[in-house]
Write a protein that binds this ligand. Structure first.
Ligand SMILES: [Zn+2]
Ligand SMILES: [Zn+2]
Ligand SMILES: [Zn+2]
Ligand SMILES: [Zn+2]
Length: 806
């Protein structure tokens, strides 16, 4: 999803192959500036641009009343079956698909949208989310909710206020309903009768609560919060003073410990300069004739388009169906900063992939003035090629450490490195290392975006020159073809630079997302890629396959913590993906080639030197179907037991592995349909099969144990669940190490299971272990640590009788 869709990649590849060899040669060696100027005209309106338009038609990014109706009805259906969470989500999808009232731009939304909000408020009420329910009721009212339906919603408002203990407000809301009913005249229909009955019941409830108020809840401000050691660095924004920025020719810019660092110590807290939510797969339809609407939730349904906060009751954009926000404020800020330009480009941006989208948003956030200043500056650098080199040399040879960070690329004149557009601009685009075809694809994609901006009359908005009012429709440009303006060319050049930078500098923002139905007592979470972002300070960290830090995210902010002791003078290393615990050295080197370097970390050096087969490959390998000894070889695998001498093709075992994964998937679907017994049977059969050809330490063996634990937990069979999870933990530990964040998450699950099964002493010791590991990786204030502490408090307060029983 980072790169454009395959059809567009093929289309540009064909164009590249058909170019004159001389032009190809010139493009291959041109600077970004010259490349763009040479290539602008190569996006032919009747050929490439038309093909791209066809591809965009497959993407649904605009309003669609038919789809809206479908989602609302689906929501009603699930509401009827009491799946309130899923119903709320479908109402959100419906709300985003209705077009706002065309007649008036003053009144936001439409009665249809208001019905979605009102229905959603009912679902939220059943979920016990009273505050959000009230917000939705207010939204329904302000979007022109039909008058005759109002009493029901107002009663819900009173009920919500009652549940929140706001008795006076509840009573006030009730009298509003009463007045309304009185004004509307006598009501005789059955629905009105139920309403009246409900009204009198509520009145009684309020009266009861008033006469015997509940004891005030004691404020729970007793949570011990360890104070984190934090002293901000003078010259690197967001970094701790225990780090320093160094530069040499071999390693480039990098961060080093300026003093001894303890595990768990915060090293960096950085807000993303720019981030773009990664859309879900189902946004891209395979076939434009497809009329089946997908009800599966995508990232766009679950997280705020701007701040990445989890959505419960989203606020839809008025112009498109793909941007949903956590609040009106986020919607307004996003509109001001970038979405007024992006809104109508949804289908194009989804087709061209997240990297292009990040590149566009980066220049929009920076603003034209700053972009053009730095683009100009980079041209000066191009003219004097030796300039940069001379500067490097000077720095690497500089004996005076007090020269500090002054002159390091990306630092300002005071030698400060800040999370700014200047820092983003100075990340290396490695323009000379990308393949010419790839650069051509990126160039045509960027030009396509700029052309569409020009055609849609958005150029003024891009250049921050729009003075007209907020919601006014941009006027379409008169001349729809032709050259890009010089200003747009400058923006395009910067965007091209950013797309190329992203290959090495894109940072994924991941979150732990609940998987499965989410209604179990044990929450199973998996890491999910949520967004792609530029973090200019985090980008200073070099890669190692055995990193000494851990990164966690909250919204669009990243926190880096030491995952082990780091001695003063040691370099701080981040893992870009291939970790020594999970991937073989050859595969790691292959994966890292996209970053244009050969990893020389300790793990790689050790493994490349020794002839011994990597431990990882042994763990994730096949075993002999006959005697279960490890299998060896490449395409043809032979049993390592000489007496056995069985040989099988790797392909046939791989096929068996894929079949097994399919079966496991089916078992999980059974679990989702609440057929736990069948799911167990199927998983046990999978385990049997797997034992015949997978090594006992294979990660999949652990995954099956993990799934079994999950099924038993849904049945309340805590002991069985714990037993299976413990086996899964053993395997996870072999792959990721005993103090890895993965083990932390597994222990967290085990703690929940033991807690539910009242296995008090085991639960307490597991909580302790999980706390120690997770506080290093996620910090003492993470939600998981808080949940663990709540469990502990609860267990320690259990009556003695229960404690003795265990
Ligand atoms: Zn938000
Ligand atoms: Zn929009
Ligand atoms: Zn390495
Ligand atoms: Zn054998």
């Amino acid at each position: 999803m980072a790169l454009p869709v395959e059809e567009w990649r093929l289309c540009t590849a064909r164009r590249w192959a058909a170019l004159e060899p001389a032009l190809r040669e010139r493009l291959a060696t041109a600077s970004l500036h010259d490349m763009l100027r040479l290539g602008c005209g190569l996006l032919r309106p009747e050929a490439e641009a038309a093909a791209l338009r066809r591809l965009c038609r497959r993407v649904r990014a605009g309003k669609d009343p038919a789809a809206a109706r479908f989602y609302r009805e689906e929501g009603n259906r699930l509401f009827g079956r009491r799946h309130y969470g899923a119903a709320a989500r479908l109402y959100s999808q419906a709300a985003a698909l209705w077009s706002p009232q065309a007649a008036s731009h003053e009144l936001p939304g439409s009665p249809e949208v208001s019905v979605c909000f009102a229905n959603r408020s009912a679902a939220l009420f059943h979920l016990g989310r009273f505050e959000v329910c009230l917000e939705d009721i207010a939204r329904a009212e302000s979007h022109g909710y039909p008058d005759r339906l109002l009493p029901k919603v107002l009663l819900r408002k009173a009920e919500c206020l009652l549940c929140l203990g706001r008795l006076q407000d509840a009573a006030d809301a009730l009298s509003v309903v009463e007045n309304k009913i009185a004004m509307d005249g006598i009501m005789t229909s059955p629905t009105h009768q139920t309403l009246l009955k409900k009204l009198s019941q509520l009145k009684i409830k309020i009266h009861e609560k008033e006469s015997c108020p509940e004891p005030a809840q004691e404020a729970c401000g007793d949570i011990q919060r360890k104070l984190e050691i934090w002293e901000e660095n003078d010259s690197i924004s967001g970094a701790s003073s225990s780090l320093s920025l160094n530069f040499d020719r071999e390693r480039g810019r990098h961060l080093v410990a300026a003093q001894d660092i303890l595990p768990g110590q915060s090293l960096l807290k950085e807000e993303a300069f720019v981030s773009v939510l990664c859309p879900g797969e189902s946004r891209l339809l395979q076939d434009s004739s497809e009329t089946v609407w997908d009800t599966r939730a995508t990232n766009a349904d679950l997280y705020c388009h701007r701040c990445l906060r989890q959505l419960l009751a989203s606020v839809p954009c008025r112009g498109c169906s793909y941007a949903k926000y956590c609040s009106q404020n986020c919607a307004d800020v996003a509109w001001e900063q970038y979405h007024r330009t992006e809104c109508s480009l949804g289908a194009l941006l989804l087709t061209l992939g997240v990297f292009c989208h990040v590149a566009l948003r980066t220049v929009l956030l920076a603003g034209f003035a700053e972009v053009s200043r730095l683009v100009e500056w980079s041209h000066d650098g191009d003219k004097d090629l030796h300039n940069a080199e001379a500067r490097c040399k000077h720095l690497s040879e500089a004996p005076d450490t007090r020269a500090g960070t002054r002159g390091i690329p990306g630092c300002n004149d005071d030698g400060q490195y800040q999370s700014s557009y200047q820092a983003v601009f100075n990340l290396l685009p490695h323009a000379e290392k990308h393949s010419p075809e790839h650069k051509f694809l990126c160039m045509l994609s960027v030009v396509a975006i700029c052309k569409q901006l020009q055609e849609a009359g958005l150029e003024a908005a891009v250049l921050n020159r729009e003075s007209s009012e907020k919601w006014s429709k941009p006027k379409a440009c008169e001349k729809t073809s032709g050259e890009l303006s010089p200003e747009l060319k400058t923006m395009a050049e910067a965007m091209l630079r950013h797309v190329l930078q992203l290959q090495c500098n894109a940072q994924a923002i991941t979150v732990m997302q609940e998987s499965g139905s989410g209604d179990g007592a044990v929450v199973d979470k998996k890491p999910v890629r949520l967004a792609t972002a530029f973090f200019p300070v985090l980008s200073l960290l070099n890669h190692s396959c055995c990193p000494n830090i851990s990164v966690s995210f909250s919204g669009t902010a990243a926190t880096v913590r030491a995952s082990q002791p780091i001695a003063s003078g040691q370099e701080i290393f981040h893992c870009y993906g291939p970790h020594r615990c999970r991937t073989r050295v050859a595969e790691r080197q292959q994966l890292l080639s996209q970053y244009f370097f050969e990893c020389r970390c300790q793990a790689c050096l050790d493994e490349l030197e020794s002839d011994v087969k990597s431990v990882v490959s042994m763990r994730n390998s096949f075993c002999c179907p006959s005697c279960r000894a490890p299998m060896q070889g490449e395409d043809m695998l032979c049993c390592s037991n000489e007496a056995c001498a069985i040989s099988v093709s790797r392909e046939s075992l791989s096929r068996r592995l894929r079949d097994l994964q399919q079966q496991i998937k089916k078992a999980l679907e059974l679990l989702r349909d609440r057929k736990a017994d069948q799911a167990i049977k199927m998983l046990l059969k999978c385990q049997m099969d797997a034992g015949k050809f997978l090594s006992p330490e294979h990660l999949l063996m652990g995954e099956m144990e993990d799934h079994l634990a999950q099924v038993y937990a849904t049945l309340g069979k805590w002991q069985e669940a714990a037993r299976h999870l413990e086996r899964s933990i053993e395997i996870v530990e072999m792959h990721h190490g005993p103090s890895s964040v993965e083990i932390g998450h597994e222990l967290f699950k085990l703690a929940q299971i033991l807690f539910n099964g009242f296995a008090v002493s085991e639960a307490l010791s597991t909580i302790q272990r999980a706390e120690e590991i997770l506080s290093v990786h996620c910090g003492p204030q993470s939600t998981q640590i808080q949940e663990l502490q709540e469990m502990k408090t609860c267990l320690l307060e259990l009556p003695r009788s229960i404690l003795q029983r265990t």
